[in-house]
Design a protein around this ligand. Structure first.
Ligand code: NOJ
Length: 500
């Protein structure tokens, strides 16, 4: 760490080597962020408004009416971000591109010089420190103009996105070798278009599945553009990332319902890409068609894929990217019970209720409890369903509230997940090649504003300089990366023992 003063708080040592706590050679470690959550610079030069600019500027939409106008000020402080990534010893840094910063009209007729240079500088800065850039092309920052045209419910978005993807490959594929097309299709479509708690705040039970279909086709078009036009020369790889909550039955009698919930939550955006036959998971397709008929619709609320679309989407991956945070138990709803659609708006559809087991460690954040074993179970499920794929974990982390440099809960959460990853690799033979902590630093947590913290680095949002300070978890993670093992101990010291 460059900030030596922080060793006042804690010291971390790698202990004697133990083979089963060692990561395979070539296993890579990273940390992630996304553009709206950290950049700020919302109205600089020719950047246009995104759906998040508009949403967060609307009173009452975001907790405390926070917005990303300045956020972590990474638009101005990107060199600090790079230095933090270097201090951690990251092998890669996952960040996203702001569509309206790069293409102010939303279309490739105008490419912003300022936007182009911002990401050029960031990419070059990372490479100079030996850190691989991993780029998410779309992490929820849609140009508002495209939303005015229907956003992800308009089928034309599949071409708008493909055109945008071609621009970014043209600008950066010479230096960027790992790409994520779209972040978390199911969460993005549910929260943006069904529960409406995130931008653009639409609440329409039809819109979410329309979005779900268009996201699959947009991803597939972008994957195919890279595969055909860029891969032969640049030899990189592209995938989409899914948010996977591990759903398991509350009691053995509820196994069927839990299976159906997994088929919806994981299968909806995996089956079209990774299964041999492609298309929606048949059990989900039938279920929603039947429900839609009962509700009096002329056709299923889940739009069909044509045979050509099934072929277009099938096989569009180079690895399986996943974001994992938590698990839930599933039970059948009681008669008349109101079902909370969080975190999957299909829960009311399935008449399924999600709960947590009492033995799972709770956090301060209502939706999160620590369940690392769920990650291993999820990986086994994916391997059983889609085969022996390469898995890259592109998000995992611990949410907390309030300022706290001694984040021991975050350390134990990260360690717990890394233990399960090692077990999955060594006991289950799963090919996991990398792990990403969300997040490099505290940032704008969408509709929760700045109230929820995920950072290895604490950011002082009251300070115009947006000072960043490494937490104990930053030191811990740096030691894991350096030693390439989990044999890392936090040496006792006053502050830590006080908290324990
Ligand atoms: C997943 C999203 O990709 C990210 O933007 C968000 O901050 C984290 N989950 C934490 O909720």
């Amino acid at each position: 760490m460059s900030q030596t003063a922080t060793f006042v708080f804690c010291a971390i040592l790698a202990t004697a080597y133990s083979a089963d706590r060692k990561f395979p050679p070539g296993f890579i470690f990273g940390a992630g962020t996304s553009s709206y959550q950290i950049e700020g610079g919302w109205n600089v030069t020719d950047k246009s408004e995104s759906i998040w600019d508009v949403f967060a500027h609307t009173p009452g939409k975001v907790r405390n009416d926070d917005n990303g106008d300045i956020a972590c000020d990474s638009y101005n402080k990107w060199k600090d971000d790079v230095q933090m990534a270097a201090d951690l010893g990251l092998h890669f840094y996952r960040f996203s591109l702001s569509w309206p910063r790069l293409l102010p009209t939303g279309f490739p007729n105008e490419i912003s010089e300022d936007g182009k240079n911002y990401y050029n500088n960031l990419i070059d800065g990372l490479l100079e420190k030996g850190i691989q850039p991993v780029i998410t092309i779309y992490h929820w920052e849609l140009p508002q103009r495209l939303q005015n045209l229907g956003g992800w419910t308009n089928p034309s978005i599949t071409d708008w996105f493909a055109d945008y993807a071609r621009v970014v490959y043209t600008l950066y594929a010479d230096r960027v070798k790992t790409w994520i097309t779209i972040n978390e299709p199911i969460i993005m479509c549910d929260l943006s278009y069904n529960t409406g708690v995130t931008a653009p705040g639409i609440k329409d039970p039809l819109a979410s599945y329309m979005c779900g279909k268009h996201v699959m086709i947009a991803h597939a078009k972008a994957w195919r553009i890279y595969d055909k036009e860029f891969k032969p020369k640049h030899k990189g790889r592209v995938s989409v990332t899914n948010q996977l909550i591990w759903f398991e039955a509350k009691t053995p009698e509820e196994e069927e319902l839990a299976k159906l919930t997994r088929d919806l939550s994981v299968g909806l955006h995996s089956h079209p890409i990774y299964s041999k036959e492609g298309g929606w998971p048949p059990v989900i397709e039938e279920y929603i068609a039947k429900k839609s008929k009962e509700e009096g619709y002329a056709r299923s609320r889940l739009p069909e894929f044509t045979p050509e679309e099934i072929e277009l989407v099938k096989g569009t991956y180079d690895f399986y990217a996943l974001n994992y945070y938590t698990g839930g138990t599933i039970r059948k709803a009681r008669d008349g019970e109101t079902i909370d659609p969080w975190p999957l708006s299909g829960l009311p559809e399935l008449e399924a209720v999600i709960e947590k087991r009492p033995e799972w460690k709770k956090s301060e954040v209502y939706w999160f409890s620590v369940y690392p074993e769920g990650l291993r179970k999820q990986l086994v499920w994916l391997k059983e369903n889609y085969g022996d794929l390469e898995f890259l974990i592109v998000e995992n982390g611990y949410p907390s509230i309030g300022l706290n440099l001694q984040d021991l809960n975050r350390i134990s959460c990260i360690e717990g997940h890394l233990e399960q990853i090692l077990l999955a690799i060594k006991e289950d033979g799963i090919n996991i090649t990398g792990y990403t902590v969300w997040s490099l630093m505290d940032n704008f947590e969408w509709n929760e504003g700045y109230s929820i913290k995920f950072g290895l680095y604490e950011v002082d949002f009251a300070d115009p300089a947006r000072t960043r300070t490494p937490r104990a978890s930053a030191h811990y993670y740096a030691s894991v990366i350096k030693s390439h093992t989990l044999d890392v101990n936090i040496v006792e010291n006053k502050h830590i023992t006080d908290e324990l």
